[in-house]
Design a protein around this ligand. Structure first.
Ligand SMILES: Nc1nc2c(c(=O)[nH]1)N[C@H]1C(S)=C(S)[C@@H](COP(=O)(O)OP(=O)(O)OC[C@H]3O[C@@H](n4cnc5c(=O)[nH]c(N)nc54)[C@H](O)[C@@H]3O)O[C@H]1N2
Ligand SMILES: Nc1nc2c(c(=O)[nH]1)N[C@H]1C(S)=C(S)[C@@H](COP(=O)(O)OP(=O)(O)OC[C@H]3O[C@@H](n4cnc5c(=O)[nH]c(N)nc54)[C@H](O)[C@@H]3O)O[C@H]1N2
Ligand code: SF4
Ligand SMILES: [Mo]
Length: 752
């Protein structure tokens, strides 16, 4: 726990986006709030960098709507507070009842971590394994699963770009000036823009802040990236621009790709995507000529038509020119845990939707709850996620939540999702326990940052680990006496003896594995320094990682062999304040993770789709819905739903709808006027802001708005528009079910 007295700077991380930049904070004198924030120069990746949002972190820690006690939904539809024992015994009884009567596979698990907290996900296994839960998902299955799946099949894992060193940088449906996605983004983009030897290419219908700094801005027509990328691939193939020597040495499947694109009509692609053929061809030549190219695709294409195909086509553009496993190009990284694998792992039980990386497509969940199929989900545990607000079709989600026989939400606030649940359990905040995320994709040197708690938790909330262990105990999943026995071994024989005892116990009774994370929290956890009980799960992970990665750990300066190496890794992690480099590899190491040591260029399903593009007549809009809505844009003051108090936002108070002035004029919409936006799903009122950054016919709303928060009188007040009141589940990618939020057909009209 941070020393409450004054003045001292404590190391932690910003939890407002996936980067978790290192932050140093000073607390107020009462030790309850963050008073000052600055960048942490000792953080191995952010190096002191922060964006505008980090100074608002106290809005995360201190909130009027903080959950302080378990809640149970009443027959009248309100909530009553209940004590922990009642909550745990009722929830355990109901979940266990469903598991025994219908099978654990009827209980669905959603979430497990947001942008700053992935340790709850580790402890949830204690409950899930006890119940025999089979199906789960999280927010990655509404954005990244298509990309994961393609990358897995091409490279054997999720690939990331080395943007800092690339000669040509491509941002595809990505606005890193606002959304980051790689470290020190604003500083790095400025460096790219300034350097005459580097070319920054931005592919975005909107002239974003990133596009302002680009050498080449390809203002593609919304939803038409597939044609642009097919045009780039076809140019490379037809003009013979590929790096033949590199492909001969490092890739397979070139002839299938050449066959698929040798007849592609590039003029037709140009026509459909709205970018001149000459510009497509010259851009392809720029890419082919470059010494190194790195590309970042994000939601502009991942939540859009042909999303999985686009994830493939953009990879073809750079892999044909040899941009993998070399500095300035792309890599698969080596971190702790393995977030981001993309294997296909069976099908979901009702719709038979493809499960990628263990995640059921988010768009399938409500239908799989409300179906009368015998295998439909009957209960749900939602932890550290707000799907009623953040997944497509909020109205349908509300219905699905009520259709469940039991629903449990574990959160810090009374969220839109919590308000539909049968039970709501209060969790400690990310600054009241040790925390970490698994979104670390650096290379050649990758790092891990375990943060120490800053604040004592208030009376009431519990760490997720404790919640899961209590549930498992109440369900009879934890053998009598085991906790005390392990504790006394740890006390007597230290960690080495403890490890031996844990292994012996597991060999004797493999079912103990189910509750291992919770047991570690209870036994090893309290012995960890600085109140870091919640870091206990990292002990097992450290040993697991050490067993297969001695060389990269040694190179990173973490010493020892066998068990000692795992122990040293764990010790280094929990004793560091600002994060630790825990992997250091040569570029060749990437090939050892690539099946057969070669990149796979030819994905036959994707090539078949690409071959159809010239025949496809795109038709996104019609007379009834003449606009395309980009539903959920990242702006200077948006942070998913992590911050609920609207006062945190210094700009754009209503989360305005951006529209081109020509469109606004036609609809008699002035700056700051109100409009109604309607889609096939619903209608919402919005405040309008004119912006010539938008194309005509294209409008955008921010993500993460439409949250309610108590005003001065304690009345709940909603700020801005909740985008998913306007979206629906079927509007999604055919392969992995990621929603098409960036291409929602919509109609606009002025209102008084
Ligand atoms: N400030 C802030 N930063 C964040 C977040 C946040 O809430 N706020 N959230 C974080 C999360 S969870 C994520 S996943 C990332 C997302 O980061 P981004 O994907 O960069 O964010 P978006 O603004 O949703 O979409 C990016 C761009 O896609 C463009 N776009 C829309 N339609 C199309 C199209 O048809 N084609 C192309 N090529 N582009 C199109 C939009 O104009 C927009 O500029 O941001 C992270 N960072
Ligand atoms: N239309 C549209 N919808 C979108 C998007 C879009 O662009 N357009 N973007 C999507 C994207 S990319 C993403 S990633 C999702 C994000 O949506 P979600 O995955 O729902 O994530 P968050 O909004 O970050 O919600 C995280 C939840 O965790 C809670 N929380 C915070 N700290 C703790 C803690 O320590 N313990 C527990 N138990 N809970 C905690 C917060 O209060 C919050 O309720 O939204 C998606 N929704
Ligand atoms: S880029 Fe900004 S929001 Fe993201 S972690 Fe860093 S400071 Fe926080
Ligand atoms: Mo995201």
């Amino acid at each position: 726990m941070a020393d409450k007295n004054s003045g001292e700077w404590h190391s932690t991380a910003c939890v407002l986006c996936s980067l978790n930049c290192g932050v140093k904070v000073q607390l107020t004198e009462d030790g309850k709030s963050i008073a000052r924030t600055r960048g942490d120069e000792d953080h191995p990746a952010s190096l002191g960098y922060l964006c505008n949002k980090a100074s608002r972190l106290d809005f995360y820690q201190n909130r009027e709507d903080r959950l302080l006690t378990p809640m149970r939904r009443t027959a009248e539809g309100g909530y009553e507070t209940i004590d922990w024992d009642t909550a745990i015994s009722e929830i355990a009884g109901k979940l266990k009842g469903i598991a025994e009567t219908h099978g654990g596979d009827k209980i669905f698990y959603y979430g497990g971590g947001g942008q700053g907290n992935h340790l709850p996900g580790a402890y949830s296994r204690t409950t899930l394994a006890t119940l025999g839960v089979q199906f789960r998902s999280n927010a990655l299955a509404q954005e990244k699963t298509g990309e994961f799946w393609v990358a897995e099949r091409m490279f054997g894992g999720y690939n990331h770009g080395n943007f800092e060193d690339a000669e040509v940088i491509i941002f595809l449906g990505k606005n890193p000036w606002q959304s980051h996605g790689f470290h020190r983004a604003r500083a790095a983009i400025r460096e790219m823009a300034k350097d005459p030897d580097r070319t920054l290419i931005v592919i975005d219908p909107k002239r974003t802040e990133t596009a302002d700094l680009a050498d080449i801005h390809l203002a593609v027509r919304p939803g038409r990236d597939a044609w642009l990328l097919a045009g780039l691939v076809a140019t490379i193939v037809q003009e013979n621009l590929q790096d033949q020597d590199w492909i001969d040495a490092h890739a397979e499947g070139l002839s299938e790709v050449v066959d698929a694109f040798s007849e592609t009509d590039i003029a037709d692609c140009a026509d459909k995507c709205g970018i001149d053929e000459a510009i497509i061809r010259s851009t392809a030549r720029t890419i082919a000529k470059a010494g190194s190219v790195a590309c970042f695709e994000d939601l502009g294409v991942q939540m859009n038509r042909h999303s999985t195909l686009v994830s493939y086509l953009q990879r073809l553009v750079w892999i044909l020119c040899g941009n993998f496993a070399r500095p300035g190009t792309h890599y698969t990284s080596n971190g702790l845990g393995n977030l981001g694998g993309g294997r296909e792992e069976g099908k979901s039980p009702v719709l038979g939707a493809r499960i990628i990386a263990g995640l059921v497509p988010c768009t399938a969940i409500p239908a799989e709850v409300m179906s009368d199929h015998p295998n439909h989900y009957r209960a749900m545990i939602i932890e550290s996620g707000n799907p009623v607000h953040s997944l497509p079709d909020s109205p349908r989600w509300r219905e699905a939540m009520r259709a469940l026989e039991v629903s449990v939400v574990i959160d810090v606030s009374m969220t839109e999702t919590a308000r539909e649940a049968d039970y709501v359990l209060p969790a400690t905040s990310q600054y009241e326990k040790a925390e970490a995320t698994f979104f670390n994709f650096e290379f050649p040197r990758n790092y891990f940052h375990v943060r120490k708690p800053l604040f004592a938790a208030p009376e009431g909330p519990l760490d997720e680990a404790e919640i899961h262990m209590r549930l498992a105990e109440a369900m009879g999943g934890v053998p009598e006496g085991i906790e005390e026995e392990l504790k006394s071994i740890l006390k007597k024989d230290g960690r080495e003896g403890f490890q031996g005892a844990v292994f012996a116990k597991l060999a004797e009774d493999p079912s103990l594995m189910k509750v291992a994370p919770g047991l570690l929290y209870r036994t090893l956890g309290p012995t960890l320094p600085d109140g870091m009980q919640n870091a206990a799960a990292l002990w097992a992970l450290s040993h697991q990682h050490a067993a297969g990665n001695a060389e990269s750990l040694h190179r990173a300066g973490i010493e020892g062999e066998g068990m000692a190496l795992g122990e040293n890794l764990f010790e280094t992690l929990i004793n560091s304040h600002s994060g630790v480099v825990m992997s250091d590899e040569p570029w060749e190491a990437i090939w050892s993770r690539t099946p057969g040591g070669k990149a796979n260029l030819a994905l036959t399903d994707m090539l078949a789709d690409a071959a159809m593009l010239n025949d496809e007549v795109p038709d996104e809009t019609d007379n009834e819905y003449p606009f395309l809505l980009s539903a959920g844009e990242r702006r200077t003051y948006t942070a998913n739903t992590i911050l609920r108090n609207p006062a945190w936002r210094r700009k754009d108070p209503d989360g305005a709808l951006y529209i081109h002035p020509d469109d606004a004029a036609k609809l008699n919409l002035g700056e700051g006027s109100s409009a109604r936006i309607s889609t096939q799903r619903g209608s919402m009122d919005v405040v309008v802001e004119l912006s010539d950054r938008m194309q005509t016919g294209h409008v955008s709303l921010p993500n993460g708005l439409g949250l309610d928060y108590p005003d001065e009188d304690g009345r709940l007040k909603t700020t801005g528009t909740s985008p998913n009141e306007l979206t629906w589940s079927e509007w999604a990618d055919e392969y992995v079910g990621t929603p098409w939020h960036k291409s929602v057909p919509a109609r606009l009209e002025a209102i008084d």
